[in-house]
Write a protein that binds this ligand. Structure first.
Ligand SMILES: Nc1ncnc2c1ncn2[C@@H]1O[C@H](COP(=O)(O)OP(=O)(O)OP(=O)(O)O)[C@@H](O)[C@H]1O
Ligand SMILES: Cc1cn([C@H]2C[C@H](O)[C@@H](COP(=O)(O)O)O2)c(=O)[nH]c1=O
Length: 205
């Protein structure tokens, strides 16, 4: 079963994942992330840091996704493992339309098309949502910021995320990221357990 965690920068994904490792240890999940689970992820971070053209950037994120599926996700799912990914394809569908606005006529359709036929659809996606100003105030002022990490861009990214969630309610669970860290983690851990139990009962197609 594939679970993904999504949300704008500063929404609390990394914090949540640290706690999920403890709360779900008995299920022995494989924790992974995009970008960064493969060496292609290093090229993506470089492209973002150097502000390469938006098409190059989008295709590198996509290449990282392909390598991630091939080397990490598919082998683990084939072994029947629970896989939990910090960011996944929905990050592309939320961030890159903002970056590609004005570059392509319909960025989201283009992005969806280039994922078709090979990407794996998550079973459930937890979307952490909070006011953008709270997310920005949580960002570490000491750390160099990626150019996405500004309130104007993040507001548009979050709107895209909410549209994705509204279009696919069976998959998405929208979570209030202003709740206490522990409350967020316990709620999501409980939902993952329930989903994992029901997927074990379902015969594989
Ligand atoms: N529920 C919460 N309530 C208050 N503060 C939180 C909460 N969750 C996380 N934080 C704090 O917000 C900051 C950012 O959290 P975190 O790094 O987990 O976000 P992130 O979504 O992983 O960000 P990025 O995508 O930029 O890596 C951290 O200082 C963290 O302690
Ligand atoms: C997978 C993915 C990520 N991004 C953006 C989102 C963040 O600003 C950075 C990744 O940094 P993090 O600290 O690891 O969250 O990249 C994106 O624009 N498109 C994507 O597909």
């Amino acid at each position: 079963m594939l679970i993904t965690i999504e949300g704008i920068d500063g929404s609390g994904k990394s914090t949540l994942l640290v706690r999920l490792r403890e709360l779900l240890a008995d299920l022995d999940p494989l924790f992974t992330r995009e970008p960064g689970a493969t060496w292609v992820g290093d090229s993506v971070r470089r492209a973002v840091a150097e502000r390469m053209d938006p098409i190059t950037e989008a295709l590198l994120f996509c290449a990282d996704h392909a390598a991630h599926i091939d080397t990490v996700i598919r082998p683990a799912l084939d072994e029947g493992r629970l896989v939990i990914s910090d960011r996944y394809a929905d990050s592309r569908f939320a961030y890159q339309p903002v970056v590609l606005d004005g570059v392509l006529p319909d960025p989201l359709s283009w992005l969806r098309r280039i994922h078709e036929g090979w990407s794996i659809r998550p079973d459930r996606t937890f979307l952490l949502v909070l006011p953008v100003e709270d997310a920005v105030s949580r960002l570490d002022p000491e750390k160099k910021r990626e150019y996405f990490e500004n309130a104007g861009i993040l507001a548009r990214v979050q709107e895209n995320y909410l549209n994705l969630a509204a279009a696919d309610p069976p998959r998405f669970v929208v979570v209030d990221a202003l709740l206490e860290k522990e409350e967020v983690a316990r709620f999501i851990a409980g939902e993952i357990r329930t989903s994992a139990r029901s997927s074990r009962r379902r015969p594989r197609a």
